[in-house]
Design a protein around this ligand. Sequence first.
Ligand code: SPD
Length: 456
Amino acid sequence: MSGGAKGPRTPPFLIDTIKSFCTLEGMELKALGRHILVEFSGCNAEVLNDVSIIERSMIEAAQIAGATVINSTFHHFSPWGVSGVVVIQESHLAIHTWPEYRYAAVDLFTCGDSVDPWVSFEHLKKAFQANYSALELNRGSLHVIQKSDFQPKIMREKPSFDLSKGVQIERNVWFTDKDENQALSLRYTGEVLFDETNPFQRVRVLDSYSHGKFLAINNMVMCTERDEFHYHEMITHPVMQTHGNAKNVLVIGGGDGGTIRELFKYDVENVTMVEIDEAVIRASKAHLPGIASEFNNPKLNLVIGDGIQFVKDAAPGSYDVIIVDGSDPVGPAQGLFTAEFYANCKNALKEGGLVVTQGESPMFHEGTFVELNQCLKGIFGKKSVHTMLFHATTYPSGMWSLQVGVKGPSHPAKDFNKDKARQFSQAKGLKYYNEDLHTAAFSLPTFVRTMLGDNA
Ligand code: SPD
């Protein structure tokens, strides 16, 4: 069977194999199983690179054909491609994809006559928007093999699962945040709670086994329910405690809501948040309510727009604290890593004000980490830029930085009220930040000091 623009040709050795096994017209051959080898070509390359879509399509293909799914395991490769198997009570469905060739090799193998593998084939053809060629083989032809009087020493008394109770599919599908050489992976349920691609970026909410639901932008983890407090407490409290009396605060980015949740633990007059992508807010409100809990706060001035332009247009001396809670420097966040942006931030700060920005990782993005530090030093002066490290357990490498620029003489590691910081963190039930960690976060390992030229 073949279709589409150009079906791959069948190699001669395969034709011989097929001839010896397959059902010939007019002759009834009995066999143990049916095996369809499918060549899907001209597929949608994005689909072939998306482990979630492929896993879901393969499971659906099994179920639509009437198979009983036992479990599945899917993996995506770097830099692209997906491999996976759905194990069914009637055998298996397997796939390997080459998005760069818009090609997928698929095996659909079913035993007995209760499942029609061509139904699975039809489903996948549509899902991958593919041209195809396919060959059906009978496996275990009863012309070739005979049943023996095999008597196992130990008979299985019961099936390994009780079909009357239904079968819990065990899925093994992973989200990976990576560059060419390093990665952080979270196993997730396979359910896609939110998935939208807009002109800015792709926004997803997935449900991981170890860290709860998580927000991903462009294949990078932004925050997980389990460890988001590390990041959101550390991007907020050291600068707020250092300032001591911030009333007007600006947040650039931060659409998941975690940073404003922390800010509203203070007696602020107003918080302006400028998020370029409303989909991030919508996804977080719908699926991460524990993080997106303060969007109805009357002191919030929410602006959906370009934070870079907003800071450029801001009146000088408007804010006590500016928090740059952006994504990594790809897509719309790129402009958050420029000298022009931080010069505008400095201009928008009051005297004594502080800007803090997520500063990437000295172990994962060494280049960006150092460049951002140099960029801030160029704007605020060498002595007025300070780097914190904290544990970001779901960002690649687990070691993340926050970089602070101060418009004034204060030193954030030293000039804060330790007693107030202790009382505040206890009263508010903070889980990461405390008065000791405030100072400790600014103590850098020697190799990081060296990277930043701070050893001299
Ligand atoms: N690599 C991840 C860096 C993400 C920084 N922003 C996270 C947003 C959480 N509010």
